[in-house]
Design a binder for this molecule. Sequence first.
Ligand code: HPA
Length: 277
Amino acid sequence: MIGNKTEYLNAIDRASEFIAASCSSKPQICIVLGSGLGKLASLCEIDKEIPYTDIPGFPVSTAPGHAGRLYIAEVSGKRCYMLGGRFHYYEGYDPEIITFYVRVMARLGVKTLVLTNAAGGILECGEVPCLMIIEDHISFLAESPLRGANLDAFGVRFPDQTHVYDQEYIGMLEECADTLGINVLKGIYAYTRGPQYETPAEIRALKTLGADAVGMSTVPEAIAASHCGMRVAAVSCISNLAAGISKTPLSEEEVLQMADRISNDDCALIKEFIKRL
Ligand code: HPA
């Protein structure tokens, strides 16, 4: 928690002013490089690279494989911000810190947020790894990033959540996958706070609730982005079958290995999507 809401808003202003002063362009797209998409940074032209530690008030990313850098890059001919590393509840961050960057991006004029992650598969996906477009989420058991005094400058107190994930973007992602010949599923992502993976009983409960995949990120950011009026697209790399469905114990090594195995498809899908924006 950064003091009170006034201090939080001031911190957002300081971070966005710093970033704006460090780059000459004004990207309207922000891509978050979750597990499986880290490679995208090496596939595009980077104009500028800013370590998070240089940005005033920015949290530090401690998750494995998260570079802790903000890139300004040309992706499929479009200037984008790319976040090499995000922030998670399991790292000890409050939801408002997890979503700090989203509000900084909103201040900078970003209109489209592209979120990617690794997730456990609950749905019948045949084979892992595979990709899933997030249609909706389940997160009512987790603390909201909108808790506390409302940030009126960003959005309303009780935001509608009917379409957190932009309907047109979901269709576009499906078309991109079709064009590229990549098999992509569509489904509901359940947010858990981690860091422990779920128990088989929890997975059965989530399945009953309608979840297709489960993971420890993305949702706080999607909620904050929709609160700000940003359009959100999100893709999960299903890196493993969820606990109890998988025949073997879950491990971080498996998640990272599988995410890496599908990273070419993940990067191609996101690049094609950015091209069509
Ligand atoms: N559960 C939660 N988060 C995850 C998983 C999982 O099975 N796989 C990758 N991230």
